[in-house]
Design a protein around this ligand. Structure first.
Ligand code: NMX
Ligand code: MLT
Length: 435
């Protein structure tokens, strides 16, 4: 079959023309006013980036190349006997906008398995990290260190022409994704025990291999969960902290390893990816205080006590979404199918019935509904992966798919250095003095 790189090489010339035509037709049109509050308010809703893999609708949630989560669950190739989409197929879709064949997906699994080994010095780097160093810090260290063998950094030093940037960036992006399971698996075993890492099995898919490295290869339901997990966490348009960081850093022509290492540091923040850890910590604390099967009244009181102590309810709210995150719904459906009687799943459902009204009553959050992180930890915990400090690493494995796809296109389309304009408060006061 045609490989992903061959297909990309076919698509790039037409897309260069497409962007040229779009800019010729619309380049000078206004996208609406920018108000001063947006400069102070985290640039919320400011149209500022091009991101092709996915677009987020405030009401409907994410679409990957125009397809909703149920669409891709239906359309993307599955593993033999599996029901969830293979993330390999999602990556193909993010990069090309096309649904791959089963054969093309198998080819990607094999390609990634062949690239999966990490350099010995990165293994040693991880082995020397104290187990008390947060798994996300270890993850970011290791990804940054992969820059040692970057094809793009080398090609740049050798004077590669701008029009050929995308080739080595593609190779680095494929290497990045391929090496993440060995990094993630090594961190997991170093921090939580579990012995020597097994070898990658080139006859199996990416998610099976990741599950196996974590010690869950023999549990088909967990493998299916990882396939769903990696698929739905992969991309959430370009403005979220991790995706935007990756794109920003890569715009300086830092290679994909340096760029994604930086993205991971953003993902490690509690208002972004670390929220999946925070949700589980919050649930555990709640259970310790009011029991495993608490009454609605006790849960409500607990939620209010969180808010009154000046903390956020983790897993709820969103900077863009204004309805329940469809990634939450996809995970809830998985739970209803595979673990309907799990006590913590029931608590998550109970919280879903109570938090939105409380956040509305509290009157601050613009979106009272749950996001992806409100549900992921309870699924992992159900299968025995209950080390919540590790959860964001899995998010980080997945988010590489979306960021890598965009970095390839950014270099293929000649995206320039990012450099928006900033102002001081004194400058704002001067500019608007008499207006
Ligand atoms: N619990 C309590 N207060 C909240 C929550 C929440 N879940 N969500 C928003 N607020 C507050 C927010 O802190 C802010 O308060 P203040 O005016 O005192 O600064 C006010 O409501 C207005 O915030 P919004 O405009 O609704 O939210 P914003 O766009 O600034 O932030 C989040 C979005 C996601 C950071 C915010 O909703 C939040 O902190 N949620 C909890 C953490 C979380 O689940 N993050 C994961 C997001 C998904 N991901 O993986 O990245
Ligand atoms: C994400 O998946 O990146 C989060 O939902 C945060 C966001 O979109 O801002």
């Amino acid at each position: 079959p045609v490989s992903l790189k061959e297909r990309l090489a076919e698509l790039i010339p037409a897309e260069i023309e497409n962007v040229k035509a779009t800019r010729a037709a619309h380049g000078k049109k206004s996208f609406g006013p920018v108000i001063v509050d947006q400069l102070y308010g985290g640039m919320r809703s400011l149209p500022a980036l091009i991101w092709d893999g996915s677009v987020l609708d405030a009401e409907e949630g994410i679409r990957f190349r125009g397809k909703t989560i149920p669409d891709i669950q239906k359309a993307l190739p599955k593993a033999p006997g599996g029901q969830e989409p293979l993330p390999e197929g999602l990556f193909w879709l993010l990069v090309t906008g096309e649904i791959p064949t089963q054969e093309q997906v198998i080819q990607l699994s094999k390609d990634w398995a062949a690239r999966a080994a990490i350099p010995e010095f990165v293994e040693e780097l991880l082995d020397r990290c104290p187990p008390t160093l947060h798994p996300m810090s270890q993850f970011s260290l290791a990804v940054t260190a992969l820059n040692h063998d970057s094809a793009f950094a080398k090609a740049y030093q050798e004077g590669v022409s701008k029009k050929d940037y995308w080739g080595p960036v593609f190779e680095d992006s494929m290497d990045l994704i391929a090496k993440l399971p060995n990094i993630a698996g090594r961190i997991y075993r170093n921090v939580y025990g579990g012995g020597k890492l097994p070898a990658i099995d080139a006859s199996k898919d990416y998610s099976w291999n990741l599950a196996n490295l974590l010690g869950f290869g023999e549990n088909p339901a967990f493998v299916e969960l990882l396939r769903l997990y990696i698929t739905i966490h992969s991309d959430h348009e370009g403005g979220n902290v991790s995706a935007h960081t990756g794109k920003l850093v890569a715009s300086a022509l830092s290679d994909p390893f340096l760029s994604y290492g930086a993205a991971l540091n953003g993902l490690a923040g509690p208002l972004h990816g670390l929220a999946n850890q925070e949700v589980l910590l919050w649930l555990r604390k709640m259970q310790a205080k009011i029991g495993e099967e608490p009454t609605d009244e006790a849960v409500k009181e607990y939620i209010w006590s969180t808010l009154k102590s000046g903390q956020v309810v983790p897993g709820y709210g969103h900077a863009v979404l204004r309805k329940t995150d469809p990634r939450y719904t996809a995970q809830r459906e998985f739970a209803l199918k595979h673990l309907p009687d799990d006590k913590m799943f029931k608590l998550v459902g109970q919280i879903y019935n109570l938090v939105p009204n409380i956040l509305l009553e509290a009157g601050k959050a613009k979106n009272p509904w749950p996001n992806v992180d409100a549900h992921s930890g309870v699924l992992l915990t159900h299968y025995g992966l209950d080390q919540m400090q590790y959860y964001t690493v899995l998010f980080g494995v997945s988010r590489a798919f979306g960021v890598a796809a965009q970095l390839i296109w950014d270099r293929a389309l000649g995206a320039p250095l990012e450099r928006p304009k900033s102002y001081s408060t004194a400058a704002i006061q001067k500019i608007f003095k008499d207006k």
